[in-house]
Design a binder for this molecule. Structure first.
Ligand code: GLU
Ligand code: ASP
Length: 499
C-alpha cells in the first residue's frame, strides 16, 4: 500500500508536475488558438488591409487541412517519444518549433512565411501535444485515485489558454487598444503575441520540468534497437519516395496546385485510420476479446470524426459567419469577429463541472455509444440552428444578432461534453495491449479525418449558400446519430464488458 505521506499534493492536491504540464499546455493552446482566431482573416483579407489576398474558399480549405495535419503529425510525435527521445525532450523540441512557427508569421514574408509556419507548427504540435497529455497520465500510479481529477484540471488548462487567446491576440493585432495601426489590423503583431505565449510556456516547462517531472520522462519507454530500426528506415524511405513520385506526377500533369495538394492530404488522413484498423484487426498480437473491442471502436471513431468535423469548423465556417453576417456589437459594447472563438472553450469550462456531477450521480446513465449517438444528434442541431436566421429573415444578406452564434456554440459544446471526455477514456479502455499508444493516436486521427473532410466541403460555404450548407451538414450528423441509436446495444456488446 502507498502511504499517503509520500503523495505529492503541492498543486491543489495534485502532484507539482501537474502544474508544470498544466501551464505548458495552457500557453501552447493560447498560442495555437490565438493564431487560428486571426489566421483565416489574415489569409483572405485583401493585401491593402494587411492580409494575403487569397480567395475565401482556398483560405477556408487551408484552415481545415492545417488543423488536420496538426493532429495527423501526433502519430509521429507519439512514436518518437516512446522509442527515441522520451517525452520530456520531445515536448521541449515541439515547443521550440511551435514558437519558431509563430515567429515566422510575425515577420512580413507573406505566403512563404505562411507555409514555413504551417510546417513548423504541424511538426511542433505533433511532438508536443500527445506527449504532454501522456506525461499527465504518468504522474500517477495506476492505483492513484486523483488521476481523473488530474486530467480534468489539465483539460481546464487547455481551455483557459484557448479562451483568453481570442481576446488577447486580436487585441494585439488591433494595436493594443491604441489604434497603433489606424483602422486596419496588423496581423503580424497578433502572431508575435502567440510566439511570446509559447515562449512563456517553454520557460516555465524548462524550469518546472527540472524540479517536478520525473527522471524517467527523459528516456524513451521502449527504446528502439538496431533490429527494429531497419524496417522503420525502410518504411520511411518508401513513404517519402511514394509521396515524391505522386508529387512529381502531379507536376508533370500540370496539376500541382494547392487544391490538389489539399485533396492528397485529405486522402491520406482518411486512409491512415482505415489502415490502422485493418492492421489491428489482423494482428496476431490481438486476442479475440480485444478484436471485438476494436470492431466496437469503428463506429465510435466514425462518430467522433463527424463530431470533430462540426466542432472544428467553428474556426472556419462560424468564423466567416461572424465576420460577414453578424452584428459586431451588443449595445455600446463592440467586439471583433475573431473574439467569438472564445465561446467554445468558455462553454467547456462552464459545462464541465455540471457533466462531471451528472456522470457521478446518474445511476442509469447511457453507455459510451449511447452518449456518442446523442452527441452526434446535438452537434448536428447546432448546425441546423445556424440555418434558421437565413430561413427566418428570408435572406442571407445583411447581419443578424450575435446570439445566433452564441447559441450554436452552446449547443455544440453540450455535444462535446458527450463525446470528447467519454471518447478519450473509452479509447484507452478499448485499446488492445499491444497497441496502447497507437490507439491514443487514433483518437487524434478522428479529429484529423473530420477536418480533412472539412477541407473538401468548407469551400462551398458562403453567405449565399449558408442555408443549404448548414442544413445538409447538420442533417448528415443528425442522421448518423439516429442510426447509431439503433446500434447502441450491439456496439455495447462488442465492447466486451468495457463501459
Ligand atoms: N480542442 C481540444 C484541444 O485542443 C481537443 C482536440 C482533440 O481532442 O481532438 O486539446
Ligand atoms: N474545444 C477545444 C478544446 O477542447 C478548444 C477550442 O476549440 O478553442 O480544447
Amino acid at each position: 500500500m502507498h502511504t499517503e505521506k509520500n503523495l505529492d499534493t503541492g498543486f491543489f492536491g495534485q502532484p507539482r508536475g501537474l502544474s508544470t504540464l498544466f501551464f505548458t499546455e495552457m500557453w501552447e493552446r493560447f498560442s495555437y488558438y490565438g493564431m487560428r482566431a486571426i489566421l483565416l482573416f489574415y489569409m483572405y483579407y485583401a493585401i491593402s488591409r494587411g492580409g494575403l489576398g487569397m480567395n475565401q474558399a482556398t483560405a477556408a480549405s487551408v484552415m481545415s487541412i492545417y488543423g488536420s495535419l496538426v493532429y495527423l503529425s501526433s502519430v509521429v510525435g507519439g512514436w518518437l517519444s516512446d522509442r527515441v527521445w522520451g517525452s520530456r525532450r520531445t515536448v521541449f523540441i515541439g515547443g521550440v518549433l511551435i514558437m519558431l512557427g509563430h515567429i515566422a508569421l510575425s515577420l512580413p514574408f507573406g505566403l512563404t512565411a505562411l507555409y514555413v509556419s504551417i510546417a513548423l507548427i504541424v511538426a511542433g504540435t505533433g511532438l508536443l501535444k500527445p506527449n504532454v497529455s501522456d506525461m499527465v497520465g504518468s504522474l500517477y500510479t495506476p492505483e492513484d485515485k486523483r488521476r481523473d481529477a488530474g486530467f480534468s484540471m489539465f483539460v481546464f488548462g487547455i481551455n483557459l489558454g484557448a479562451a483568453v487567446a481570442p481576446w488577447a491576440v486580436p487585441w494585439a493585432a488591433n494595436g493594443f487598444g491604441f489604434h497603433l495601426f489606424g483602422n486596419e489590423m496588423n496581423f503580424h503583431a497578433g502572431f508575435s503575441l502567440a510566439a511570446i505565449g509559447m515562449f512563456f510556456g517553454l520557460i516555465q516547462y524548462y524550469y518546472g520540468g527540472r524540479k517536478y517531472l520525473s527522471k524517467d520522462s527523459l528516456y524513451p519507454n521502449d527504446p528502439i534497437d538496431q533490429e527494429a530500426l531497419r524496417p522503420v528506415i525502410i518504411w520511411s524511405v518508401v513513404v517519402v519516395v511514394v509521396l515524391a513520385i505522386i508529387i512529381a506526377l502531379m507536376a508533370a500533369m500540370r496539376a500541382l496546385n494547392i487544391t490538389n495538394i489539399i485533396s492528397l492530404i485529405t486522402l491520406i488522413a482518411v486512409l491512415l485510420p482505415i489502415g490502422y484498423f485493418v492492421m489491428m484487426l489482423n494482428s496476431r498480437k490481438v486476442t479475440k476479446v480485444e478484436r471485438s473491442r476494436v470492431w466496437a471502436y469503428i463506429p465510435l471513431f466514425i462518430a467522433a470524426a463527424i463530431f470533430w468535423g462540426i466542432e472544428e469548423s467553428g474556426s472556419v465556417v462560424l468564423a466567416l459567419f461572424a465576420e460577414q453576417r453578424t452584428i459586431l456589437h451588443i449595445g455600446s459594447w463592440h467586439f471583433a469577429a475573431a473574439n467569438f472563438q472564445t465561446l467554445n472553450p468558455v462553454f467547456i469550462m462552464i459545462l464541465t463541472p455540471f457533466f462531471v456531477w451528472l456522470w457521478d450521480h446518474w445511476k442509469k446513465q447511457p453507455s459510451a455509444p449511447g452518449k456518442f449517438a446523442a452527441g452526434l444528434i446535438i452537434a448536428g442541431l447546432s448546425y441546423v440552428w445556424m440555418a434558421l436566421p437565413g430561413i427566418i429573415h428570408g435572406t442571407t444578406s445583411g447581419r443578424v444578432s450575435p446570439f445566433w452564434l452564441v447559441g450554436s456554440w452552446f449547443i455544440v459544446e453540450i455535444a462535446e461534453m458527450l463525446i470528447s471526455p467519454i471518447g478519450l477514456s473509452v479509447t484507452t479502455k478499448l485499446a488492445p495491449r499491444a497497441f496502447q499508444s497507437q490507439m491514443m493516436s487514433m483518437w487524434f486521427l478522428a479529429d484529423a479525418a473530420g477536418q480533412a473532410v472539412n477541407a473538401q466541403i468548407v469551400k462551398y460555404y458562403s453567405s449565399a449558400t449558408e442555408v443549404p450548407y448548414f442544413l445538409a451538414v447538420g442533417l448528415v450528423s443528425v442522421v448518423f446519430g439516429i442510426l447509431m441509436c439503433f446500434l447502441v446495444k450491439r456496439i455495447h456488446r462488442l465492447m466486451e464488458g468495457v463501459n
